[in-house]
Design a protein around this ligand. Structure first.
Ligand code: ADP
Length: 329
């Protein structure tokens, strides 16, 4: 270890959709950097603040008592201008004027695309930390925020189950996941849901109906169907409508969990992951790693090129869907 890169000041920002655990990541980055005698600049509002020079000096106490909070103290934003080369040049020049030698980006795949461009165009030292509830980043078993989001969804379904059971209802619960069913599959298994619809699999509404009828034959009178928002059959509203057309006698209800999945106090798992990855990201930069993301695979820190992190996908284990059906009958 050691500072072979002559890095004196690092900046960090949070970008894209917020995720619970970002603050724990910020805390780990700031304190690891200060431990290594680096100066730390906090960039407000993601890439937008990077362009405008919305910088604050970070001290060890700047990150006191934030580990238990969701959201991000540095705030986040979408910054469409960053797609343009002129904007990135402006960001690069603003960083250089402020003596920033390296950048840590906490965000999802979109944010990593922006970070990768800075690395490629200016050979600027950048490192990514995967923060998204969707768990859809390659190069890490889990992303920061995923565990909390699943626990939030499971807590909500546990409550819905009471009403579903009491009134013999079928609840269609929509969870986040436009392109990825990780939240849906983990939530469905943990909440004992009867069925799940994921973007990765083609489950037909007719199959769901067939399954519901069989359940009723075996005296199960209520059900929870977890629907990922990006399922090809539509979200929960659309799926419930189609089911009702086939089974008009069934009492159906729809709950869309929406943004409550993104907030709240991070679970211990997310805090640990964020702390380890924040620490690894700073040490990685000091060892000369750049254009990469710090992740954790099989309990080991792994650095994956950003280009792979945002272009490849971890695959859902299809056997989990079958297992879930077996154990929820
Ligand atoms: P997430 O990081 O959660 O996936 P977004 O996809 O909204 O969130 O991306 C966050 C930001 O990253 C965007 O608002 C934009 O500033 C930047 N970004 C996304 N894609 C690119 C790209 N292809 N080139 C440069 N910057 C990008």
């Amino acid at each position: 270890m050691g500072n072979q890169q002559n890095i004196k000041r690092i900046a960090l920002l949070t970008s894209g959709g917020d995720s619970p655990g970002m603050n724990a990541g910020i805390r780990a980055v700031v304190r690891t950097a200060i431990f290594n005698n680096l100066k730390v600049t906090g960039v407000m509002n993601g890439f937008s603040g990077l362009l405008k020079g919305q910088y604050i000096e970070m001290e060890p106490h700047s990150v006191s008592k934030i580990i238990s909070n969701g959201g991000t103290i540095l705030k986040s934003s979408r910054c469409p201008e960053f797609i343009k080369a002129e904007a990135r040049k402006q960001a690069y020049e603003t960083m250089r004027r402020n003596q920033i030698d390296a950048l840590v980006v906490l965000g999802g795949d979109g944010s990593f695309r922006g970070a990768y461009e800075l690395f490629k165009e200016f050979n600027f030292p950048v490192i990514g930390i995967p923060c998204t509830i969707d768990n859809d980043i390659f190069g890490t078993d889990f992303t920061i925020g995923f565990d909390t989001a699943v626990n939030t969804a499971v807590g909500a379904i546990d409550k819905l189950r009471d009403t579903a059971d009491s009134h013999n209802m079928v609840f269609f619960v929509e969870v986040m996941g436009r392109h990825s069913g990780f939240i849906a599959v983990n939530t469905a298994i943990s909440a004992g849901a009867e069925e799940m619809l994921l973007p990765e699999t083609k489950t037909k509404v007719e199959e769901i109906c067939h399954y519901l009828v069989n359940l009723r034959r075996s005296n199960k009178t209520s059900g929870i169907i977890v629907v990922a928002e990006g399922d090809e059959e539509g979200g929960a509203v659309e799926v419930a409508r189609k089911v009702k057309e086939i089974l008009p006698e069934y009492q159906t209800r729809i709950t869309t969990l929406g943004h409550i999945q993104r907030g709240g106090s991070p679970t211990a798992n997310d805090r640990v992951l964020a702390s380890l990855l924040g620490h690894a990201a700073v040490n990685g930069l000091l060892e000369g790693k750049t254009g990469v993301m710090a992740g954790r695979i099989h309990n080991q820190i792994v650095f994956t090129p950003l280009e792979e992190a945002f272009s490849k996908r971890n695959k859902i284990d299809q056997s989990w869907i079958e297992i879930s059906r077996v154990i929820s009958m």
